[in-house]
Ligand binder design. Structure first.
Ligand SMILES: Nc1nc2c(ncn2[C@@H]2O[C@H](COP(=O)(O)OP(=O)(O)OP(=O)(O)O)[C@@H](O)[C@H]2O)c(=O)[nH]1
Ligand SMILES: [Mg+2]
Length: 340
């Protein structure tokens, strides 16, 4: 997401006063009386200064997306990253400043016009003082918007229209390997305020339908009790996006996590993504020698969830996952069609 450049109050004022001075130098004088000229110059300086600042703020307001018009995922994302209320408040401050500047511009232009010529410079200086104080008043807000710009620079480009699967499971069970295999490409990796390690998004297109597969390292791989508020909020954002959860088990336990723990995490994920279907993937099947762990998992998960056996690193079973995604998508579209 792109937010426009945000200047500091000093930058705003420097630019405004510099431009005002230049504009004053261009005031045509030959035909007007000297006394009138000095008033005209001060008037132009006040007007130009106000105008330049207002245009700067209007530009920012126009180029910044309206939070409430964005897809829910982005709204939640912004909320997690910087806080939606603070963001809106800061945008409101720009509006406020523009309102005040408009008034000052009118007020001081009139004052200069009505004043004796020898007072014009003094009135202009007073106007500049008021202008500076308005701009400085919203210094914190400008600062915050600049910070938001940094924080939101690397928002992953999610496609709200694409059918979206979110991969969950303990670390080292083969999630990233699977993502690479399914989407057949190096996934896009973006900074993500939800996790420490960034988000990975893989894109895939089959029969004119777009799919995106999301891996969130460091987020969906540990118990909910250990999560902080930011991470819990992140769940909400993912919930808006996920059409399907791919929960990856490692029955070989070579990842270092006993199947009991894996099953516990599975149930937690199901609790969080309450209404979202889960496809259970048993990975690293090439390493599984006896079936005991496979059986254990099968007996302890919801019997309605479908199970696929794969080996991500060897690529076996991957096409089954893709078929399942397509199947799910068809069903999903049908349901949508029937309900809409
Ligand atoms: N033998 C075997 N190894 C696999 C398989 N899938 C993944 N691996 C290996 O398991 C290790 C972990 O794989 P990753 O894809 O990085 O696992 P991950 O779940 O993304 O791990 P984190 O990002 O740390 O959560 C790597 O060394 C992979 O090569 C598989 O099906 N069979
Ligand atoms: Mg990974």
């Amino acid at each position: 997401m792109f937010l426009p450049n945000i200047p500091t109050p000093d930058e705003v004022l420097d630019k405004a006063f510099r431009r005002a001075k230049k504009a004053a130098a261009r005031v045509r004088t030959s035909k007007i009386h000297r006394q009138k000229k000095s008033k005209r110059i001060e008037e132009v300086r006040v007007q130009t200064a106000c105008q330049v600042i207002r245009e700067t703020f209007e530009g920012i307001l126009k180029e910044t997306p309206h939070v409430e018009e964005l897809p829910m995922f982005y709204q939640d994302y912004i909320d997690v990253a910087v806080g939606v209320d603070q963001f809106k408040k800061s945008m409101g401050a720009l509006n406020w400043a523009n309102g005040v500047l408009e008034k000052l511009q009118n007020q001081y232009t009139h004052r200069i016009r009505r004043s004796p010529p020898e007072n014009a410079a003094q009135i202009r200086r007073a106007a500049f003082g008021r202008i500076a104080s308005v701009v400085n008043r919203i210094g914190d807000e400008l600062d915050f918007l600049n910070y938001s710009r940094q924080m939101l620079r690397n928002v992953p480009t999610v496609d709200p229209e694409a059918t979206t699967a979110v991969i969950a499971g303990f670390p080292n069970v083969g999630k990233s390997t699977m993502l690479r295999q399914i989407t057949n490409a190096e996934p896009e990796v973006a900074d993500y305020p939800f996790t420490t390690k960034g988000i990975q998004i893989g894109h895939m297109e089959r029969r004119w339908q777009k799919y995106q597969i999301i891996d969130t390292p460091g987020l969906l791989d540990r118990p909910v009790q250990e999560m902080n508020q930011i991470e819990l909020n992140a769940m909400v954002a993912l919930e808006h996006l996920a059409d399907l959860i791919l929960f990856v088990f490692d029955p070989s336990q070579t990842s270092g996590f006993p199947v009991e723990n894996q099953v516990n995490l599975y149930w937690e994920i199901k609790q969080i993504f309450r209404n979202i279907p889960v496809l259970c993937i048993f990975n690293k099947m090439d390493l599984v020698e006896d079936e005991e762990n496979v059986k254990y998992i099968e007996e302890h998960i919801n019997t309605e969830d479908e199970v696929l056996m794969v080996s991500a690193s060897e690529g076996s079973g991957i096409s089954r996952i893709i078929e399942k995604l397509e199947e799910f998508n068809r069903q999903f579209q049908n349901d949508m069609g029937n309900n809409g």
